[in-house]
Design a protein around this ligand. Structure first.
Ligand code: HEM
Length: 159
């Protein structure tokens, strides 16, 4: 099995697990700090198992996961709850990661979307996913955009 097939298989497995459990969950109806906590921890729990992205995260964050998760909770609170909890600048942080390739942002969203859909009622999931897509697109443009380049279709639900 090549790397692409193995990624596809991991993703399908993840989506199957999530849809099995999502029927048992009461989805969050509101975006609250508690809901953001669950979103962040579930997402990183899953993305750490992604065959390619997981290794990128592990190489950079080994031994530093608690601080990263706390930072990501404040980031998602800032963008979803507009509480100003996050003060950083994600673009330079991702620009520094030379191992990232263009397709990685689409892979990131492929992990993120089913998690948001499993955890939140459809209206809130859609809101969260469109925020994630907008940020992924702007990170993609910062890392890979050239004059006139269009972001990959995988970064948008409405392609
Ligand atoms: C292409 C897939 C991605 C990979 C492999 C990735 C990887 C990483 C890694 C390794 C860090 C920690 C860097 C460090 O502490 O030095 C980081 C930080 C961060 N990432 Fe990503 N990332 C990806 C996509 C995204 C997306 C789509 C978002 C937002 C929707 C995002 C938001 C952030 C934020 C807010 C930080 C913290 C920046 C700071 O230190 O202030 N990342 N990312």
């Amino acid at each position: 099995m090549d790397a692409r097939q193995s990624r596809q298989e991991a993703r399908t497995g993840l989506q199957e697990q999530l849809s099995a459990y999502s029927d048992r969950l009461t989805r969050f109806e509101e975006i609250t700090p508690e809901a953001v906590h669950v979103l962040v921890h579930t997402f990183y729990g899953c993305v750490r198992q992604h065959p390619r992205l997981g290794e990128i995260f592990e190489r950079r964050l080994e031994g530093q996961w608690p601080a990263h998760l706390a930072k990501m909770e404040s980031f998602w609170q800032s963008v979803l709850l507009k509480n100003g909890a996050y003060k950083g600048r994600p673009v330079p942080v991702h620009l520094k990661q030379k191992e990232l390739v263009s397709a990685d942002y689409g892979e990131w969203l492929d992990v993120f979307r089913p998690i948001a859909n499993a955890l939140f009622v459809p209206e809130k999931a859609e809101e969260i996913i469109s925020v994630a897509e907008r940020i992924a697109q702007s990170l993609w443009y910062a890392c890979f955009g050239t004059a006139g380049a269009a972001a990959p279709a995988s970064l948008s639900s409405r392609s």
